[in-house]
Design a protein around this ligand. Structure first.
Ligand SMILES: Cc1cc2nc3c(=O)[nH]c(=O)nc-3n(C[C@H](O)[C@H](O)[C@H](O)COP(=O)(O)OP(=O)(O)OC[C@H]3O[C@@H](n4cnc5c(N)ncnc54)[C@H](O)[C@@H]3O)c2cc1C
Length: 375
């Protein structure tokens, strides 16, 4: 695309990724249509725990770390802009995060992560357990080791997504809800738009931002876009005698206090297809995690349980870039556990790439071609 005044884009999928791209394109004057099968932000972006965390998996690529870093930098001004444009409260806060361990094995693993994070120049404080418990009385008595990340934040990913779509609409985008895309329109190897139930709509570029469902649209074209759903179950507590002021993470999960007074505990990681049930095993795992990280919450009421389908991929990395073998078709899906954190940078970089026709260096490694996907 060379002239944003004339070229048009259809974004399929109104989660935080698709809505973010729609907003960034609309802001740059590109005619954009966002097509969502259900309600904007109603899937993974609704279920999301919304923790805007530091990188915590030392095996991730430097580009993935950078995608998160750029997003973290964007968040304060993006939230301020969206709240001003839409009046929606996105509840972005940066209370910090406790990383905790209650046994030697987890303490050793977290120590290694903390040292890797320091190597990246991130702010990580070692805190003696007695000091940590004095500062955060909701931490467990059995605390063995603790670290504090002052820059970790949290937000409502659902409201962020709604605000992105609303702001995109105010800037001229067309936003279609309750509108499933049944397939892609083709002229030879060029994708020219999408097929809806009652009509076709056409554009110069179509972007698949369909989260865990992206593989289905790829299959219909004969190209494997290997996304898969990874189920997460969550629980929220209310009215416990104490709750943490910050995010608390460790032992494979995390606890997040929410502005409505409830505290969520997240999340299982299950490769069970599109199953969305809250199960006994899932709740048992969450209760055990609560006992480990913040046992005082168990004295409260269970306020809510829910599940969501993270957009996983074969590699754990997102697929972002042109779909091999086709013109006029991009994909941006598969952000897995950190899509909320990475949405702002993803959206800005995808918009820039679509407008200039040049893939920014940071995105190159995530392109389907670079990940070995062929038509
Ligand atoms: C339990 C859980 C906890 C999480 N916690 C965190 C966290 O703490 N921090 C973090 O950074 N990330 C977290 N994530 C991950 C993050 O929420 C996701 O990576 C992100 O929301 C993915 O956004 P998306 O837009 O790609 O997908 P989705 O939000 O799933 O959006 C995809 C959209 O595409 C639509 N769609 C699909 N097919 C079609 C079609 N044919 N036609 C039209 N529309 C279609 C769907 O209806 C859906 O709305 C969590 C996710 C879950 C599930």
């Amino acid at each position: 695309m060379t002239d944003p005044g004339r070229e048009s884009v259809i974004i399929t999928g109104g989660g935080v990724i698709g809505s973010g791209i729609a907003f960034e394109l609309a802001k740059r004057g590109v005619p954009v249509t966002l097509v969502e099968r259900g309600r904007i932000g109603g899937e993974a972006s609704w279920a999301s725990a919304g923790v805007i965390s530091l990188p915590s998996r030392p095996w991730v690529t430097p580009e993935r770390v950078e995608l998160g870093r750029v997003s973290l930098e964007c968040y304060p001004s993006l939230v301020a802009e969206l709240e001003e444009r839409t009046g929606l409260a996105i509840d972005y806060r940066r209370p910090g995060e406790w990383v905790v361990a209650v046994d030697d094995e987890h303490a050793a693993a977290e120590r290694a992560v903390a040292s890797w994070q320091r190597g990246l120049g991130l702010d990580v404080e070692d805190v003696p357990p007695d000091v940590a418990r004095k500062t955060e009385p909701a931490l467990p008595e059995s605390l063995l080791a603790a670290w504090f990340h002052p820059n970790v934040g949290s937000l409502s990913v659902y409201r962020l997504t709604q605000a992105l779509a609303m702001a995109a609409r105010q800037l001229g985008a067309t936003v279609l809800e309750e509108t499933p895309v049944g397939g892609l329109l083709r002229e030879g190897n060029r994708v020219t738009g999408v097929r809806l139930q009652d009509r076709d709509i056409r554009a110069d570029m179509t972007v698949l931002a369909t989260g865990a469902w992206t593989r289905l649209l790829g299959d219909a074209l004969g190209v494997t876009l290997p996304t898969k759903p990874v189920k997460g179950q969550l629980i929220a507590f209310a009215n416990a005698p104490l709750r943490p002021a910050c995010v608390v993470s460790g032992h494979g999960g995390y606890v997040r206090p929410r502005p409505d007074g409830t505290t969520m505990v997240a999340a299982t990681e299950e490769d069970v297809g599109f199953d969305r049930r809250v199960t006994g095993d899932g709740v048992a795992w969450l209760l055990e995690l609560t006992r480990t990280l913040c046992p005082v919450l168990l004295q409260g009421e269970v306020a809510e349980t829910w599940t969501g389908l993270r957009p996983g991929s074969e590699t754990g990395d997102p697929l972002i870039g042109p779909v091999p073998g086709f013109e006029g078709l991009w994909v941006s899906a598969g952000h897995f556990r950190t899509g909320a954190k990475e949405a702002p940078a993803t959206a800005m970089l995808v918009a820039e790439a679509l407008i200039t026709g040049k893939t920014p260096p940071l995105l190159a490694v995530f392109s389907p071609a670079a990940q070995g996907i062929n038509a």
